[in-house]
Ligand binder design. Structure first.
Ligand SMILES: N[C@@H](CC(=O)c1ccccc1NC=O)C(=O)O
Length: 294
């Protein structure tokens, strides 16, 4: 299978509103193939973690037997929150790419998906994979809401993105309040959550993706996969365990035949970023999901 890659802007709002596309030279029939859309992490603010962080995963995936089922892959960049103390690339208060505040990040993600759905007409035939805060953003796509009273409805929400068939959350953050509480001894954590979401915990709750009534917003959702390593030193197993329980409470079941299936893949020995730096396990999990959906 051969793929051609290119980087394209999906909006002119900032220099970070781009996506990297990988398109097969001989695509499968649309009804048989599936798209994969990737959302990077980096605490909503790290300029060094970008769409390219999925390159190792994609390389493994494109050399696997699943490659022939892939209609297209897009890895998204999006506006970041301020990081004025970054050691090598501090943000400037005048850079529209580095001063995002919730819901800007999710608005960008929705704008990018809509751009792809308009252009390639794949509807809900796609898988969203997100790492760390990218996992939050992936489930926010399926939560599909107006982010509380204080926010106006956004154009992307009005235009109505179709949510994916499956979401893979990797080393994810799912509940902002318990996350900040768990790491109360590390001021950096509260710092980046406040840079991205402000100080109002009611906003954190609206933005979190636990305890969601998925029946309302994600009717066609078939599979939620939670991938987490037992050696992640930045995000412990408490977040995925919280999400796992929340999915179960809303009727997601861990059986093969379930209409809404949840799966927990526990990786061994890899630290937070090593999971994508290595990419083998992620390619394997993604290949399995592709196999089940095609
Ligand atoms: N790479 C970031 C740190 C980071 O991404 C992070 C740190 C702690 C917990 C979660 C993190 N990322 C989640 O998206 C930095 O170097 O500032």
């Amino acid at each position: 299978m051969s793929f051609t890659s290119s980087t394209v802007p999906y909006s002119t709002i900032s220099t970070l509103n781009t996506l990297t596309l990988h398109l097969p030279t001989t695509p499968p029939k649309p009804a048989q193939g599936i798209w994969l859309i990737c959302i990077h992490g980096g605490a909503w603010c790290d300029p060094l973690i970008t769409s390219t962080c999925f390159d190792a995963t994609l390389k493994h995936l494109l050399f696997s037997s699943s490659a022939s089922q892939i209609s297209g892959i897009a890895s998204l960049n999006y506006r970041l929150s301020p990081y004025p103390s970054h050691p090598t690339d501090p943000s400037s208060p005048y850079d529209p790419a580095r001063n995002a505040k919730h819901p800007d990040h999710i608005t960008d993600i929705l704008t990018a998906i809509l751009f792809l759905q308009d252009k390639y007409k794949f509807g809900d035939r796609y898988i969203l994979i997100g790492h760390s805060c990218g996992a939050t953003l992936a489930f926010q796509v399926a939560k599909k809401r107006y982010w509380g009273k204080r926010y106006e409805s956004t154009e992307a929400l009005e235009l109505n993105v179709e949510p994916p068939l499956a979401i893979i959350g990797v080393e994810g953050i799912y509940d902002l309040s318990t996350f900040v509480e768990e790491y109360a001894h590390e001021p950096f954590y509260r710092g980046f959550v406040e840079h991205a979401f402000g100080r109002d915990e009611a906003v954190w709750k609206e933005a979190s993706v636990v305890d969601v009534d998925w029946e309302d917003s994600w009717t066609e959702g078939r599979e939620a996969v939670i991938v987490h390593s037992d050696a992640d030193k930045l995000v412990s197993l408490k977040q995925p365990e919280r999400m796992w329980k929340a999915l179960g409470d809303k009727g997601w079941k861990d059986d093969e035949g379930a209409e809404r299936r949840k799966r927990f893949v526990k990786l061994k020995g890899l630290d937070h970023d090593e999971v994508w730096e290595d990419g083998k396990a992620l390619a394997e999990v993604t290949g399995e999901v592709i196999g089940r959906l095609t």
